[in-house]
Ligand binder design. Structure first.
Ligand SMILES: [Zn+2]
Length: 307
Protein backbone atom coordinates (compact mmCIF):
# COMPACT_ATOMS: atom_id res chain seq x y z
CA UNK A 1 0.00 0.00 0.00
CA UNK A 2 1.57 3.25 -1.17
CA UNK A 3 0.01 6.28 0.52
CA UNK A 4 0.33 9.64 -1.24
CA UNK A 5 -0.92 13.19 -0.70
CA UNK A 6 -2.05 14.18 -4.20
CA UNK A 7 -2.73 12.58 -7.56
CA UNK A 8 0.69 12.69 -9.37
CA UNK A 9 2.75 11.97 -6.21
CA UNK A 10 2.42 8.24 -6.92
CA UNK A 11 4.07 8.85 -10.31
CA UNK A 12 6.98 10.92 -8.97
CA UNK A 13 7.77 8.98 -5.78
CA UNK A 14 8.31 5.23 -5.91
CA UNK A 15 6.32 4.73 -9.12
CA UNK A 16 8.75 2.29 -10.71
CA UNK A 17 8.79 0.27 -7.47
CA UNK A 18 5.02 -0.15 -7.57
CA UNK A 19 5.19 -1.17 -11.26
CA UNK A 20 7.93 -3.68 -10.48
CA UNK A 21 5.99 -5.30 -7.66
CA UNK A 22 2.84 -5.48 -9.78
CA UNK A 23 4.90 -7.27 -12.46
CA UNK A 24 6.14 -9.68 -9.79
CA UNK A 25 2.60 -10.57 -8.79
CA UNK A 26 2.19 -8.38 -5.71
CA UNK A 27 -1.18 -6.71 -5.24
CA UNK A 28 -0.38 -3.00 -5.01
CA UNK A 29 -2.85 -0.38 -3.85
CA UNK A 30 -2.09 3.33 -4.26
CA UNK A 31 -4.03 5.50 -1.82
CA UNK A 32 -4.38 9.23 -2.52
CA UNK A 33 -5.38 11.37 0.46
CA UNK A 34 -6.70 14.42 -1.41
CA UNK A 35 -8.20 15.22 -4.80
CA UNK A 36 -5.40 17.67 -5.70
CA UNK A 37 -8.06 20.36 -6.22
CA UNK A 38 -5.73 23.22 -5.34
CA UNK A 39 -2.93 22.28 -7.71
CA UNK A 40 -2.20 24.82 -10.45
CA UNK A 41 -1.42 23.92 -14.02
CA UNK A 42 2.31 23.23 -13.92
CA UNK A 43 2.79 22.19 -17.54
CA UNK A 44 3.09 25.23 -19.85
CA UNK A 45 2.06 23.18 -22.89
CA UNK A 46 -1.06 21.79 -21.19
CA UNK A 47 -4.43 22.40 -22.82
CA UNK A 48 -7.51 21.75 -20.66
CA UNK A 49 -9.42 18.96 -22.43
CA UNK A 50 -12.70 19.68 -24.18
CA UNK A 51 -15.65 19.62 -21.75
CA UNK A 52 -13.41 20.33 -18.72
CA UNK A 53 -12.41 23.47 -16.84
CA UNK A 54 -9.64 24.18 -14.36
CA UNK A 55 -11.11 27.28 -12.64
CA UNK A 56 -13.14 25.67 -9.85
CA UNK A 57 -12.20 23.04 -7.27
CA UNK A 58 -14.81 20.72 -8.84
CA UNK A 59 -13.40 21.24 -12.33
CA UNK A 60 -9.84 20.54 -11.22
CA UNK A 61 -10.95 17.53 -9.24
CA UNK A 62 -12.63 16.06 -12.33
CA UNK A 63 -9.54 16.61 -14.50
CA UNK A 64 -7.26 15.12 -11.90
CA UNK A 65 -9.45 12.07 -11.36
CA UNK A 66 -9.08 11.23 -15.05
CA UNK A 67 -5.33 11.79 -14.93
CA UNK A 68 -5.06 9.59 -11.85
CA UNK A 69 -7.00 6.77 -13.52
CA UNK A 70 -4.57 6.85 -16.47
CA UNK A 71 -1.58 6.83 -14.13
CA UNK A 72 -2.91 3.86 -12.15
CA UNK A 73 -3.48 1.98 -15.41
CA UNK A 74 0.09 2.73 -16.55
CA UNK A 75 1.52 1.35 -13.30
CA UNK A 76 -0.93 -1.55 -13.12
CA UNK A 77 -1.91 -0.65 -9.55
CA UNK A 78 -5.27 -0.51 -7.87
CA UNK A 79 -6.24 2.91 -6.58
CA UNK A 80 -8.43 4.43 -3.88
CA UNK A 81 -9.12 8.01 -2.76
CA UNK A 82 -9.39 8.94 0.91
CA UNK A 83 -11.65 11.84 -0.13
CA UNK A 84 -9.99 14.79 1.63
CA UNK A 85 -9.72 18.24 0.05
CA UNK A 86 -6.29 19.57 -1.01
CA UNK A 87 -4.89 22.15 1.45
CA UNK A 88 -2.93 24.02 -1.22
CA UNK A 89 0.64 25.21 -0.78
CA UNK A 90 0.46 28.43 1.26
CA UNK A 91 2.78 31.11 -0.10
CA UNK A 92 3.70 34.60 1.14
CA UNK A 93 5.05 36.25 4.27
CA UNK A 94 3.26 35.90 6.58
CA UNK A 95 1.77 32.66 5.24
CA UNK A 96 -1.99 32.86 4.67
CA UNK A 97 -4.21 30.60 6.78
CA UNK A 98 -5.11 27.20 5.33
CA UNK A 99 -8.51 27.01 3.63
CA UNK A 100 -11.39 25.85 5.81
CA UNK A 101 -12.13 22.11 5.72
CA UNK A 102 -8.88 21.16 4.00
CA UNK A 103 -7.01 17.90 4.72
CA UNK A 104 -4.32 19.47 6.93
CA UNK A 105 -6.96 21.00 9.23
CA UNK A 106 -8.93 17.80 9.84
CA UNK A 107 -8.02 16.56 13.34
CA UNK A 108 -5.53 13.69 13.05
CA UNK A 109 -7.68 11.13 14.88
CA UNK A 110 -10.47 11.77 12.37
CA UNK A 111 -8.19 12.09 9.33
CA UNK A 112 -6.59 8.68 10.00
CA UNK A 113 -9.91 6.82 10.22
CA UNK A 114 -10.55 6.19 6.51
CA UNK A 115 -6.96 4.97 6.10
CA UNK A 116 -7.28 2.61 9.08
CA UNK A 117 -10.46 1.29 7.45
CA UNK A 118 -8.65 0.79 4.15
CA UNK A 119 -5.66 -0.94 5.79
CA UNK A 120 -8.05 -3.35 7.49
CA UNK A 121 -9.84 -4.00 4.19
CA UNK A 122 -6.81 -4.33 1.86
CA UNK A 123 -4.57 -5.94 4.51
CA UNK A 124 -1.13 -4.84 3.22
CA UNK A 125 2.08 -6.39 4.49
CA UNK A 126 4.08 -3.29 3.60
CA UNK A 127 3.11 0.39 3.58
CA UNK A 128 5.01 3.35 2.11
CA UNK A 129 4.58 7.04 2.88
CA UNK A 130 6.68 10.21 3.36
CA UNK A 131 9.08 11.03 6.20
CA UNK A 132 7.91 13.37 9.01
CA UNK A 133 9.04 16.46 7.06
CA UNK A 134 6.73 15.43 4.22
CA UNK A 135 9.84 15.24 2.01
CA UNK A 136 8.57 18.55 0.67
CA UNK A 137 7.01 21.24 2.91
CA UNK A 138 3.45 20.96 1.63
CA UNK A 139 0.94 20.69 4.50
CA UNK A 140 -0.74 17.73 2.78
CA UNK A 141 2.56 15.86 2.51
CA UNK A 142 3.22 16.32 6.22
CA UNK A 143 -0.36 15.25 6.98
CA UNK A 144 0.06 12.24 4.68
CA UNK A 145 2.99 11.14 6.84
CA UNK A 146 0.98 11.68 10.01
CA UNK A 147 -2.12 9.74 8.92
CA UNK A 148 0.03 6.90 7.51
CA UNK A 149 2.05 6.55 10.72
CA UNK A 150 -1.15 6.75 12.79
CA UNK A 151 -2.92 4.13 10.65
CA UNK A 152 0.13 1.83 10.67
CA UNK A 153 0.13 1.96 14.48
CA UNK A 154 -3.64 1.72 15.02
CA UNK A 155 -4.87 -0.72 12.34
CA UNK A 156 -3.76 -3.83 14.26
CA UNK A 157 -5.12 -2.61 17.60
CA UNK A 158 -8.64 -3.90 18.31
CA UNK A 159 -9.18 -1.16 20.90
CA UNK A 160 -8.71 1.61 18.29
CA UNK A 161 -11.26 2.57 15.61
CA UNK A 162 -13.43 -0.37 16.67
CA UNK A 163 -16.11 0.40 14.04
CA UNK A 164 -13.58 0.52 11.16
CA UNK A 165 -13.21 -3.20 10.43
CA UNK A 166 -11.31 -6.23 11.69
CA UNK A 167 -7.82 -5.40 13.02
CA UNK A 168 -4.89 -5.95 10.64
CA UNK A 169 -1.27 -5.29 11.54
CA UNK A 170 0.94 -4.38 8.57
CA UNK A 171 4.52 -5.66 8.86
CA UNK A 172 6.69 -2.80 7.62
CA UNK A 173 6.44 0.95 7.09
CA UNK A 174 8.79 2.78 4.71
CA UNK A 175 9.46 6.39 3.77
CA UNK A 176 10.06 7.31 0.11
CA UNK A 177 13.42 8.96 -0.54
CA UNK A 178 13.35 9.31 -4.29
CA UNK A 179 14.91 12.78 -4.28
CA UNK A 180 17.86 12.11 -1.95
CA UNK A 181 20.93 14.31 -2.48
CA UNK A 182 22.80 11.10 -3.24
CA UNK A 183 20.51 10.39 -6.19
CA UNK A 184 20.49 13.99 -7.45
CA UNK A 185 24.30 14.13 -7.36
CA UNK A 186 24.65 10.80 -9.15
CA UNK A 187 22.33 11.86 -11.95
CA UNK A 188 23.86 15.35 -12.13
CA UNK A 189 27.37 13.94 -12.46
CA UNK A 190 26.18 11.30 -14.91
CA UNK A 191 24.76 13.98 -17.20
CA UNK A 192 27.79 16.25 -16.97
CA UNK A 193 30.03 13.25 -17.58
CA UNK A 194 28.12 12.58 -20.79
CA UNK A 195 28.62 16.23 -21.83
CA UNK A 196 24.97 17.14 -21.23
CA UNK A 197 23.58 20.10 -19.36
CA UNK A 198 22.14 18.98 -16.01
CA UNK A 199 19.05 20.71 -14.63
CA UNK A 200 19.93 19.69 -11.08
CA UNK A 201 22.86 22.03 -10.31
CA UNK A 202 20.78 24.83 -8.72
CA UNK A 203 18.65 22.36 -6.80
CA UNK A 204 21.73 20.64 -5.34
CA UNK A 205 23.29 24.01 -4.48
CA UNK A 206 20.20 25.38 -2.74
CA UNK A 207 19.73 22.19 -0.74
CA UNK A 208 23.38 22.18 0.25
CA UNK A 209 23.09 25.84 1.33
CA UNK A 210 20.02 25.14 3.46
CA UNK A 211 21.85 22.26 5.13
CA UNK A 212 18.75 20.07 5.25
CA UNK A 213 19.80 16.94 7.13
CA UNK A 214 19.72 13.88 4.90
CA UNK A 215 17.46 11.04 5.99
CA UNK A 216 18.85 7.55 6.29
CA UNK A 217 18.38 5.22 3.34
CA UNK A 218 18.05 1.54 4.28
CA UNK A 219 16.70 0.06 1.08
CA UNK A 220 17.49 0.32 -2.63
CA UNK A 221 15.00 -1.25 -5.02
CA UNK A 222 16.37 -1.90 -8.55
CA UNK A 223 13.71 -0.46 -10.86
CA UNK A 224 15.33 0.57 -14.14
CA UNK A 225 13.27 -2.01 -16.10
CA UNK A 226 10.19 -0.11 -14.94
CA UNK A 227 11.19 3.42 -15.98
CA UNK A 228 8.82 3.20 -19.00
CA UNK A 229 5.80 2.55 -16.75
CA UNK A 230 6.88 5.32 -14.39
CA UNK A 231 7.29 7.74 -17.29
CA UNK A 232 3.88 6.87 -18.69
CA UNK A 233 2.37 7.48 -15.24
CA UNK A 234 4.12 10.87 -15.06
CA UNK A 235 2.81 11.84 -18.50
CA UNK A 236 -0.70 10.79 -17.45
CA UNK A 237 -0.70 13.80 -15.09
CA UNK A 238 -0.63 16.15 -18.05
CA UNK A 239 -1.77 19.23 -16.11
CA UNK A 240 1.04 18.80 -13.58
CA UNK A 241 4.10 17.34 -15.27
CA UNK A 242 5.94 19.30 -17.94
CA UNK A 243 7.21 16.85 -20.57
CA UNK A 244 10.05 19.35 -21.17
CA UNK A 245 10.81 19.61 -17.44
CA UNK A 246 13.37 18.01 -15.15
CA UNK A 247 11.52 14.71 -14.82
CA UNK A 248 12.27 13.98 -18.46
CA UNK A 249 15.62 15.77 -18.74
CA UNK A 250 17.77 12.75 -17.97
CA UNK A 251 18.33 10.27 -20.80
CA UNK A 252 17.02 6.98 -19.45
CA UNK A 253 20.10 5.00 -20.39
CA UNK A 254 22.21 7.37 -18.26
CA UNK A 255 19.70 7.16 -15.42
CA UNK A 256 19.70 3.35 -15.57
CA UNK A 257 23.48 3.42 -15.52
CA UNK A 258 24.07 5.85 -12.62
CA UNK A 259 20.90 5.56 -10.53
CA UNK A 260 18.72 2.50 -11.28
CA UNK A 261 17.06 2.54 -7.85
CA UNK A 262 14.17 3.88 -5.85
CA UNK A 263 15.43 4.48 -2.34
CA UNK A 264 13.55 4.06 0.94
CA UNK A 265 13.99 4.35 4.68
CA UNK A 266 12.63 1.52 6.81
CA UNK A 267 10.75 3.42 9.52
CA UNK A 268 8.94 0.67 11.42
CA UNK A 269 8.94 -3.10 11.43
CA UNK A 270 6.71 -5.53 13.32
CA UNK A 271 8.66 -8.56 12.09
CA UNK A 272 12.17 -9.90 12.76
CA UNK A 273 14.61 -8.80 10.06
CA UNK A 274 18.02 -10.16 9.02
CA UNK A 275 20.92 -8.36 10.73
CA UNK A 276 22.51 -5.75 8.48
CA UNK A 277 25.91 -4.18 8.88
CA UNK A 278 25.67 -0.40 8.62
CA UNK A 279 26.96 -0.41 5.04
CA UNK A 280 24.53 -3.15 3.98
CA UNK A 281 21.16 -2.37 2.52
CA UNK A 282 17.91 -4.14 1.85
CA UNK A 283 17.29 -4.78 -1.85
CA UNK A 284 13.50 -4.76 -1.60
CA UNK A 285 10.54 -3.76 0.54
CA UNK A 286 9.52 -7.37 1.23
CA UNK A 287 12.76 -8.50 2.87
CA UNK A 288 11.75 -10.69 5.83
CA UNK A 289 8.06 -10.75 4.88
CA UNK A 290 8.00 -14.23 3.31
CA UNK A 291 9.94 -15.62 6.28
CA UNK A 292 7.51 -13.97 8.71
CA UNK A 293 4.53 -15.40 6.80
CA UNK A 294 6.10 -18.88 6.78
CA UNK A 295 6.85 -18.61 10.50
CA UNK A 296 3.22 -17.58 11.08
CA UNK A 297 2.03 -20.66 9.13
CA UNK A 298 4.40 -22.81 11.18
CA UNK A 299 2.93 -21.38 14.41
CA UNK A 300 -0.57 -22.13 13.14
CA UNK A 301 0.31 -25.71 12.16
CA UNK A 302 1.89 -26.29 15.58
CA UNK A 303 -1.21 -24.87 17.24
CA UNK A 304 -3.43 -27.18 15.15
CA UNK A 305 -1.33 -30.23 16.03
CA UNK A 306 -1.47 -29.29 19.71
CA UNK A 307 -5.20 -28.60 19.66
ZN1 LIG B 1 1.87 16.33 -3.60
Amino acid sequence: MAVHAHPDDESSKGAATTARYVAEGVEVLVVTCTGGERGDILNPSYVVPEGHEFDSLEGRSAVRREEMARSAAALGVRHRWLGFVDSGLPEGDPLPPLPEGCFALVPLEEAAEPLVRLVREFRPHVMTTYDPSGGYPHPDHIRCHEVSAAAFAAAGDATRYSTAGEPWEPMKLYYNHGFSMESLRAVHEGMEGAGLESPFGDWIESRTAREIPEREVTTYVEVSDYFPQRDEALRAHASQIDPEGFFFAVPRDIEADVWPWDSYELAESNIPLPQRAHDEYEDGLFVGVREALDAGDEDRRTAEVNA
